[in-house]
Design a protein around this ligand. Structure first.
Ligand code: 2BA
Length: 108
């Protein structure tokens, strides 16, 4: 068995959960925050048999889209002094996916 952890954008998560449930998968959504942008994203955890991993990844791929975010970095000039450099574009993924082996899966 594998544990798939997918970090996706909030805009995509409900559609993704609908598609997963419709296809018969069990999934858990956890609210999360990206370390770089410090804005909300969603982490979806899905436990599946090994042979179903590719199908789940296909469903994630179909439902999660890459977007460009414009961020305004705040740069420090000296103690207490800041300036606003040009906004920069950051491409935020469709999804970041980790696949890990599961030692035990218990439903009590
Ligand atoms: P954030 O950390 O908020 O990152 C948002 C986007 O900013 C990233 O998109 C990437 O394009 C850019 N970025 C992140 N760190 C950067 C850095 N040190 N320098 C320059 N640009 C940087 P994605 O790569 O698609 O990641 C989307 C979200 O997935 C991330 O949000 C984070 O929450 C998660 N993530 C990505 N890679 C991860 C990893 N190796 N481990 C844990 N979480 C990860």
């Amino acid at each position: 068995m594998k544990l798939i952890t997918a970090i996706v954008q909030d805009e995509d998560v409900n559609r993704l959960l609908d598609s997963l449930v419709e296809a018969g998968y069990r999934a858990t959504k956890v609210a999360s925050t990206g370390g770089f942008l410090r804005s909300g994203n969603s982490t979806v955890i899905i436990g599946v048999e090994d042979h179903l991993v590719d199908d789940v990844i296909r469903i994630i791929d179909r439902n999660c889209h890459t977007r460009v975010e414009v961020v305004n970095p705040l740069a420090r000039m000296g103690p207490g002094e800041f300036y606003m450099p040009e906004p920069v574009e950051v491409q935020v993924g469709g999804a970041i996916i980790f696949v890990q082996n599961v030692e035990q899966y218990l439903r009590l």
